[in-house]
Ligand binder design. Structure first.
Ligand code: PFF
Length: 448
């Protein structure tokens, strides 16, 4: 069977940037930036992506394109007799687990989008917003209903294939995301008192730049660029041979970073202008921001646009997470696309249940002191993800060979070029070492 490819350069960029730009950019990046020294943190973040993000992104794209395979097949093709395909299996498993709870958060966003659209959210008294969020995230019916809707929307896009599904919808949704973000940004910075928010986000405070903050930047770079879990390998496998992977990687990374910073410019000036405290995690977008929008003239419109924006960011990421399992199942088990999607969607719905219920009826269930959601997040994001990243670096450096990888990236033979030496050094030593330190730190083996 002939494998599909992306149809245009713009389509590849929209799909890859769509995967990278997600919930991580809109609610996580702005907050950790504000907390960890503003512009100083952004600077460290940029150094992390320059040292690790760029080479990892290029290498994963190259690995996919060279082999024209899903993550499991990619390792198998380049190392037919070895056991490296387990790295691919780990990547597929990681993306599957992450998707099972990422879709739950996307479901909360969908539900907030609908209640902003109907105006209901605007009429909840600010002091009741926290209770409202509790209800949304802990009502079993509500949560399972929205999980189901997110799975259906994601599957609907993915089932239509690479060109008619992923590429087509990314090309429609990403411009909408960008224009919505620009409109919201304009609204936010023109509010009276916006400056305090911009200060919170940008004022460089080098005293807050602890080792912990640096590791946070590193970990976030990985998460935000969708690295280490087979997504970029899979998308790379749909890219035509003529495409230049180096510039594509730079463009995706630039888009991801700029959008994350823009999201911060939307959120904090508005939060500060109306005298709210910036909160962490879900509380920021589900509790603080609805209160902010209530204070704003025409807040209902901006609120609806905001949740539309977050919903789009989430969906273009869930489709990439789903495509990893779909490509693996269709190619490794010779299943039809539709059948594979049905099986995976059903399994996803089942796996999403325990995470979702850990906010309500199963909140008492604790394993190693963690709720089921926290445990799955810990295993996938803090253990599997970095291990997958390190193994991928080792595979590229010593099994496939950096020269071969570099040839695939640049389409030219390596002639002791300077950029090859830098690439070789970063992917062989710096990237695996840095990811190893993140692994030790995030599992609590080392503390700072
Ligand atoms: N990179 C996207 C984000 O930042 O939200 C999507 C994503 C992919 C998140 C993979 C997390 C993840 F592990």
């Amino acid at each position: 069977m002939k494998r599909e490819t992306f149809n245009s350069k713009l389509g590849v960029l929209a799909a890859a940037a769509g995967s990278a730009i997600g919930l991580g950019n809109i609610w996580r990046f702005p907050y950790i930036t504000g907390q960890n020294g503003g512009a100083a943190f952004i600077l460290v973040y940029i150094i992390c992506i320059a040292l690790i993000g760029v080479v990892m992104m290029m290498s994963e794209l190259a690995l996919g394109r060279k082999t024209n395979s899903n993550p499991i097949g990619a390792f198998k093709k380049l190392n037919p007799k070895g056991k490296w395909h387990y790295t691919g299996i780990l990547a597929v498993l990681t993306s599957f687990i992450i998707l099972s709870f990422y879709l739950m958060i996307a479901g909360w966003v969908f539900s907030y989008f609908i209640s902003s659209l109907t105006g209901q959210l605007l009429h909840i008294a600010p002091e009741n917003l926290s209770a409202h969020f509790e209800t949304i995230s802990s009502s079993t019916f509500n949560v399972l209903f929205w999980n189901f809707i997110v799975i259906v929307v994601t599957s609907y896009i993915v089932i239509s294939g690479v060109q008619k599904g992923i590429e087509k919808y990314s090309k429609i949704l990403m411009p909408i995301l960008l224009f919505t973000l620009i409109a919201l940004m304009f609204r936010s910075v023109t509010l009276e008192g916006a400056k305090d928010g911009l200060d919170f986000l940008f004022k460089p405070d080098f005293s807050k730049l602890t080792t912990q903050a640096i590791l946070e930047a590193l970990g976030h770079a990985f998460y935000s660029l969708s690295l280490g879990m087979g997504i970029i390998i899979t998308y790379g496998s749909y890219i035509d041979k003529g495409e230049e992977l180096k510039s594509l990687s730079f463009q995706v990374i630039l888009a991801d970073t700029v959008i994350a910073i823009m999201a911060g410019i939307v959120i904090f000036p508005a939060v500060f202008a109306y005298g709210f405290e910036p909160a962490a995690g879900p509380a920021l977008i589900f509790i603080t921001l609805p209160a902010v929008f209530q204070s704003m003239p025409f807040g209902g419109i901006f609120e609806t646009l905001f949740f539309l924006l977050v919903g789009i960011a989430a969906i273009t990421s869930t489709i990439s997470l789903l495509e990893v399992s779909v490509s693996a199942l269709t190619e490794e088990f010779d299943l039809g696309r539709k059948k594979a999607i049905l099986i995976i969607s059903f399994a996803l719905f089942l796996l999403s249940m325990p995470s979702s219920l850990s906010f309500s009826s199963w909140s008492g269930v604790k394993i190693f002191g963690l709720s089921i959601f926290e445990l799955l997040d810990f295993i996938a994001s803090y253990i599997f993800l970095p291990i997958g990243g390190i193994l991928t670096c080792i595979f590229i450096s010593w099994i496939w060979g950096t020269k071969n990888a570099f040839n695939e990236i640049c389409g030219e033979t390596v002639n002791a070029s300077k950029s090859y030496s830098i690439y070789n050094f970063l992917i062989k030593y710096i990237a695996p070492l840095a990811i190893f330190i993140i692994l030790l730190y995030s599992t609590g083996i080392i503390k700072f």
